[in-house]
Design a protein around this ligand. Structure first.
Ligand SMILES: NC(=O)c1ccc[n+]([C@@H]2O[C@H](COP(=O)([O-])OP(=O)(O)OC[C@H]3O[C@@H](n4cnc5c(N)ncnc54)[C@H](O)[C@@H]3O)[C@@H](O)[C@H]2O)c1
Length: 247
């Protein structure tokens, strides 16, 4: 038994990092899980370790049609959808003037359009359950950072998309919140690379004031916002950055 017994949760980005930690935490609290990621092998490895009802789908979240099909399959499989967690994301670092159309389009497609596609498909089902959406934005959605213009733009848009959805459906009992982590120890950060000639001082604004967070720290916030404990919390962009964005 747990806060999510009898609830169905769809999570993107579930093969790694924050998505994986969230899947593990939801499973431990009794949720039935519909886990999606573009990395099918990683997804299966996560699913194999989880208790309870778990269904996986290899999904490229940049496909509108496939996002809708994923939501439809989750509802067919479990009969309902209570929580949507949009966690899949990518980060790229470029000099702004060197950014190609392909790099820009890919960042916005994975980090922003996916949130629109999945939320649009899920909301009719979430409304039936008075459910909610948790979107993974970033401190980059609250503060600018050099050399990550596309990432910052995508995450700021996720913050505003979340607030807009929150207001539009509040009276119907649906909530939508965003989380804005600072540095979190995941593959995304381990793979982080910047052009050799960047000025790292300009990137230092995001540096954690204490140690970096773990994926489980973010998962705890995901579960809180998704739970009834947060039933009066709607439209927030919750910093999870040990205070970096407070200044
Ligand atoms: N790690 C950090 O410091 C940090 C900070 C702030 C925000 N975030 C955000 O948290 C989220 C999760 O990141 P993470 O740190 O766990 O990274 P991660 O790289 O460990 O996990 C990201 C997951 O998204 C999946 N993914 C990427 N492109 C996809 C696509 N097109 N379709 C489906 N799945 C796709 C990857 O396969 C991976 O499993 C991202 O949205 C990221 O922007 C991370």
């Amino acid at each position: 038994m747990g806060r999510f017994s009898g609830k169905t949760v769809l999570i993107t980005g579930a093969a790694s990092g924050i998505g994986r930690a969230s899947a593990q935490a939801f499973a431990a609290e009794g949720a039935s899980l519909y886990l999606c990621d573009i990395n099918g092998e990683g997804l299966q490895a996560v699913a194999d370790t989880l208790p309870g009802q778990v269904k996986t789908r290899v999904l490229d979240v940049t496909s509108s049609a496939d996002c809708r099909a994923a939501v439809d399959e989750a509802v067919t499989e479990f009969g309902q959808l209570d929580v949507l967690c949009n966690i899949a994301g990518i980060a790229k670092t470029h000099h702004f003037h060197d950014t190609t159309d392909e790099q820009w389009d890919q960042l916005l497609a994975v980090n922003l359009s996916s949130v629109m596609y999945l939320s649009r498909a899920a909301i009719p089902h979430l409304l039936k359950q008075k459910g909610n959406i948790v979107n993974m934005a970033s401190i980059a959605g609250l503060m600018g950072q050099a050399y990550t213009s596309g990432y910052c733009a995508s995450k700021a848009a996720v913050v505003m998309l979340s607030k807009s959805i929150a207001l539009e459906y509040a009276k119907q009992g649906l909530r939508c919140n965003a989380i804005c982590p600072g540095g979190v120890q995941t593959e995304l950060v381990q793979k982080f690379s910047a052009p050799e000639d960047v000025n790292f001082e300009l990137m230092a604004r995001y540096m954690p004031l204490t140690e970096m967070a773990e994926a489980e720290d973010v998962a705890n916030a995901v579960l809180f916002l998704a739970s009834q404990d947060a039933r009066h919390i709607n439209g927030v962009a919750l910093p999870l950055d040990s205070g970096v964005s407070a200044g």
